[in-house]
Design a protein around this ligand. Sequence first.
Ligand SMILES: Cc1cc2nc3c(=O)[nH]c(=O)nc-3n(C[C@H](O)[C@H](O)[C@H](O)COP(=O)(O)OP(=O)(O)OC[C@H]3O[C@@H](n4cnc5c(N)ncnc54)[C@H](O)[C@@H]3O)c2cc1C
Length: 941
Amino acid sequence: MKPGAFLLALIPLARLGHAQSDDTVPIQQIDAYITRTMRSARFPGVAVGIVKGDRVVYLRAFGRADPSGRRVTPQTPFLIGSVTKSFTALAVLQLVDAGRVELDAPVQRYVPWFRVGDSTISSRITVRQLLTMTSGLPQVYETQFWTDRDDRALERTVRLLATKQLTGEPGRTFGYSNANYETLGLIVQVVSGESYENYVKRHILDPLDMRDSFLSQDEAFGRGMASGYRWWFGIPVPVTLPYRRAELPAGYIIASTQDMMHYLIAELNDGRYGNTSVLSRRGMALRHAAGPGNSYGLGWEFVRFGERTLINHDGGTANFQSSLFIDPAAGVGVYVAANAINALDAFASPHGLSPLDGQTTRAMAHVILSLATGQPLPSEGIGHRRLTLIFDLMIALLSVALVISLMRIRVRHRRMARQGIPGRASLWSRIAFALVLNLTLPVALVYLSLAAPAWRAFALFQPDLLYWLYAVAVVLFIKGVLELLFIGRVYRQGQDARFMARRSHIETRVVVVGGGVGGLAAARHLDRLLGGRREVEITLVNRDNFFLLSPLLFEACSGVLELRHCAQPIRPCLRRVRFLEATAQEIDVARRIVRVAGPDAARELPYDQVIIALGATTNLSLIPGSEYARTFKTVADGLLLRNHVIEQLERASTEPSAERRRGRLTTTIIGGGLVGVELLGELTAFIEDELRYYPDIRRDELHFHLFEAGKRLMPESKPFLSEYADRLLRLRGVEVHVATPVQEIGPAFVRWAGGRVESQTIVLAAGIVPNAVAAAANVARDRRGRVLTEPTLRSTSDPRVWAFGDCASTPSPHGEPYPALAQHAVRAARTAARNVAAVIDGRPPKPFVYESLGMMAAFGHTRAACDLKGLKLTGFIAWWIRRTYYLFQMPRWDTRFRIAVDWTVSLFSRPDLTKIDLAEERELEQRNQAANGSRTGSLAS
Ligand SMILES: Cc1cc2nc3c(=O)[nH]c(=O)nc-3n(C[C@H](O)[C@H](O)[C@H](O)COP(=O)(O)OP(=O)(O)OC[C@H]3O[C@@H](n4cnc5c(N)ncnc54)[C@H](O)[C@@H]3O)c2cc1C
């Protein structure tokens, strides 16, 4: 909506129609009243007309017709809603006048197939009962969503009644239901032999000269129909809803206020409008004959007000409302139409026969009628403004309560963790409470949305409440799931702690040495298989208290991922496995102990079964001077390399010597395997991104070298991957040296047979050697020092020793040992755990058989390549698959969530330049302290 249009709406301007002046009608008072009420309710547009006798004495329009700011005029068509019922009743009475319909005849005389749920009662329902809504037909909500536009739409609506039960005996009690008037509309069609639309147009609209009135929304829009609005938290929001032909005779005539004046004139003048008559005097008398008290007659509602009986009908679709009041004694009729509504508005003013018709236009029409006839003013009820305020306040309060309850989840969880859950009774009561509190609303909403058409109809009128409820339901559902998880976790932790404390008479001790990709997986699997057995004790030993998912280390190094997020604390991953943060020093297979050194003291861990998963380290003995190169294996390696690269950029930007500057801007990777290639891909992307902060460094000053002794890059993968990597790296300006063994590494240079390059950043990724402790174990080993195992992963020399991963050599079915890759280590870990459990139970172990899924490699800047069982993918899709795969390799959801957040943020954020070197910072701090100390000292002296 244009702001100008909104301002225009706040200052309603009256547009006059063709009204004749009448001194008895207080025009200014009525104008002021309409303006005030319109502002208070925040109606975008309103049109009002008053007829006295056969004259229009007031006809004005206020506000805007649609979001463009177009003004409402007395000729602007509005949907009149249920006021349509009086038109349908008029059509039926015309047919009664013509002797073609009898009021007390059964409906089945005109529609022989007419049925309700109880077919015996169907024949007792009469036309009069439909008109007075005493037939017992229920309100049918399904049809309020039908958008059928064909000629049989009405028939289908009436046929649906065969599935509905009556709400009461026909003829006994009043029950407001559109179904009565839809059936009457069908009777008009059947008896007249023409469509309801044609009949009403030919016999009512045309004779009354209602030129701006329509029975089709498309046609009405073409002739300037107003746009409907719904109030969302009190603010009018435009909405165009489908035209419901299936419900037309009950509420879908579209008419301008000026046209409705013609209709009112006919009502007040025995059916005559000018020289035309739309109903006989007798017919009109019948139509205006009120029952005792407040009652519903033939298409009109009769309202007792003081000594007078007023004729009324209100109308409301989901985006328009209107109301019509006639004082027959005074010969005055009032019509008010507005282009906004919501369900809340049904309670804005004192209601009529239906408890839901207390809408604002009803109060307006009644007040204006009283002003025009000099009668005491009726009560206007609470009013839309106050209702909205209460509604908005309640929504705000409930939202705040929800937010507070969300914020307190952690506190409640901590308290629960402190107190523990003592037993099953307490567990179930907590679960039941969490379920009732959090899942009642989501479940109720799902049920209502699927199985309660009345709810859907309500939602059509109050979308703000609906969407708020859905949002709350989603939040409550997530909260409920979280609380159930917390309860489950606290209960489980309590159980586990009790279990571990009560463990005695341990018969079998299983020790897993190394908690990396494979070791942790093995420990978790053992936990599942043997954790619940009191006589078995499982211990996991790892140097750090976290495990590193190496394939994420590249992005952690470049800052795409928070450094800690490529690692995962080990303890939360384990339930009934003892964890020891210690360095294994020796595996003494003769004494069956693992000797470990913890932070305080060394100790010996006896075992019955030991799993060695110590991984490998970079091979530093291959190339002379390897100690000058950096390695890239651990979290510390990642952090140090990142700091080093940023440091080189910082220094190069101020370096006066061209030679030294070139050395600082040259990055060299030795080893063109998976690790070297992926690392260089990430580094080229990272350094290029960082360059935007270093205006003194040109892109062409950056140099990258990659050395591979073999004939192609990534020899462990299919040629397709290595070709892609080769092409991409060259495109990024990397000098790729294949079949080029490096002969020497120096403090800041690399030398090979064909030359030498000065480089401050040298990373060695040219091969691995098994972990020294594994390689020193007194078991059969291969020539490289890896533990030799049978296909079952059991040592070939010691049945109590198992090994897999980078420190082991296990023959695959093809005879070759499995490669040193994470995907193999994880699968082997599970087999090893299963086999250890089998051996403890006296069952034979099974061989480890694994066919690789393929290979994936990422190169930064959303570029990657994968070969998945022959399916070759490159670019963004490959990058996305690789990321998603490794995301799910992380054992816990909270870490997965953090990683996903990091990745999402990095898509939109600038590269991070922070260089945190703790050792350097500590040194600086100490230097500062010393300097401050000496200064203080000199001052004191
Ligand atoms: C940077 C990088 C990227 C990689 N990318 C991929 C990839 O994309 N795809 C793929 O399949 N493979 C990849 N790999 C290889 C993969 O990470 C390894 O094959 C896999 O981690 C081997 O698992 P593991 O359990 O044998 O050893 P590791 O995962 O290395 O675990 C060994 C564990 O033992 C601990 N440890 C070592 N010595 C001691 C000691 N004395 N006492 C106590 N604990 C000790 C270590 O701290 C570590 O936790 C990559 C490797 C690296 C370095």
